[in-house]
Design a protein around this ligand. Structure first.
Ligand code: ASP
Length: 417
């Protein structure tokens, strides 16, 4: 883009016989009519593209600019500034009034407009995970960030903003600058929290959907020395000792909260719940035997189940999980209709420009085709959703999920907090 823009500017410089100072995020320079050259000057502190006219007479070939101090500093929207420049400055110049043809103007605006869009991302993209580091969402995000990097042409940095069942992090993204440099990776809690909280701080309308990512089953687990050895023993133990058992979760609205509450309700017990900012730290306490039971995603529990450092009782998917073949489903264990899949989606704040959304979506789709990402996620029991990794599919899914959960909670008598 720079070369084409440079020729437009050179044309202007030539017509006006003035030097044009160009400030771009990659360079600062002075274009002058006598020579097809930009002298590189130190990079400006403020990155946006800007144009200005040097009031001194145009330099001739071989001359060196003393300074590139512009008479008129033009920042922000380059198209607007260019028009302003042409109308108000160049045309009033005595030496050679500039007659810029409509074609050149259109060409210029197209080049500059296209340039602005083509530049996303301008810096690393922050992928917000609304839970602690080391947990299941974080695990997905870190692999996904790595897989998106090539396609996006920029680093994707994972930022953990845990608390209040994920609503703090989600709200943070809802309020972030909508320029595509802050995105959200969240799961089913995006829709459940909208009716579990009176004011979750956001709504579906606060976002631009990018696409669905994957679906993760949950597992019911306990500390390694917990007395129950299978799901039947677990049910009996919990019924007899409900007041002695603690249930870890990641706060109201989190997947672990949803699954744990459904399980406790299904067997009719009321357990002491211990909320964390994510199931990463909750898992640490389970491994340290400070809490007893948890329902958590296979993206966090698989390795511990395989290593035998936790006891596992069942999976919440309809079918058994291929990587954990010994674990029965909840349905097999007698919990008719107990099926919870933790779908994950990616969003950007409302108002994020279309070109940035398209690039993000492309990067997401490319990541879902990435062999290393596929293997890692499937190894942790996740199902990738490449056919639904698009804005419409995520919007439709959320529009179906939000009222569905609202109705379920209402029926169950769950009051919003
Ligand atoms: N997925 C969350 C985490 O990453 C926990 C949850 O939703 O239960 O910690």
């Amino acid at each position: 883009m720079l070369r084409r823009t440079k020729y437009i500017l050179l044309f202007l410089a030539f017509k006006s016989r003035k030097n044009i100072a160009v400030h771009h995020k990659r360079f600062t320079g002075l274009l002058h009519p006598g020579r097809n050259k930009i002298w590189g000057l130190p990079r400006p502190r403020k990155p946006p593209f800007s144009l200005s006219i040097d009031p001194s007479p145009g330099l001739r070939s071989g001359d060196k600019p003393a300074t590139a101090r512009p008479a008129l500093h033009l920042v922000k929207n380059p198209y607007q500034r260019l028009i302003h420049l042409l109308r108000n400055k160049v045309q009033t110049m005595k030496r050679t009034p500039l007659k810029l043809t409509a074609t050149a103007l259109i060409l210029g605006s197209a080049v500059l407009g296209g340039a602005a869009a083509a530049e996303y991302p301008e810096r690393p993209v922050s992928m917000v995970v609304p839970f602690s580091a080391g947990g299941p969402t974080d695990t997905v995000a870190r692999s996904l960030a790595e897989a998106m990097r090539n396609s996006l042409g920029e680093t994707v940095l994972v930022e953990n903003k845990g608390g209040a069942g994920g609503t703090i992090g989600v709200t943070h993204v809802a309020r972030a600058k909508p320029d595509g440099h802050t995105i959200l990776l969240m799961h089913i809690g995006f829709s459940t929290a909208q009716s579990l909280y009176k004011n979750p701080g956001y709504s579906s309308d606060s976002f631009e959907p990018v696409g669905l990512v994957l679906d993760v089953p949950m597992t019911i687990i306990a500390r390694s020395d917990f007395p129950a050895n299978n799901i039947q023993e677990l049910i009996e133990y919990l019924k007899a000792n409900a007041d002695k058992v603690s249930l870890a979760n990641a706060g109201i609205g989190a997947a672990s909260h949803l699954c744990g509450t459904m399980f406790a309700n299904a067997i009719g017990v009321d357990l002491l719940t211990i909320p964390y900012k994510g199931t990463g730290p909750a898992m640490n306490d389970l491994l340290g035997k400070q809490v007893d039971v948890m329902c958590d995603q296979t993206t966090n529990t698989s390795q511990h189940i395989k290593a035998g450092t936790v006891k596992a009782y069942a999976v919440t998917s309809k079918e058994r999980v291929p990587t954990l073949p010994d674990l029965p489903t909840m349905q097999e264990s007698g919990f008719e209709g107990f099926e919870v899949g933790i779908w994950h989606g990616m969003w950007a704040p409302k108002g994020t420009p279309r070109p940035a959304l398209e690039k993000l979506n492309k990067a997401l789709q490319d990541a879902l085709q990435d062999k290393a990402f596929q293997e890692r996620m499937q190894g942790l029991g996740a199902n990738l959703l490449p056919d639904r990794a698009n804005p419409q599919a995520l919007a439709d899914h959320v529009n179906q999920q939000v009222p569905q959960w609202a109705e379920l909670f209402k029926k169950a008598g769950v009051e919003p907090q």
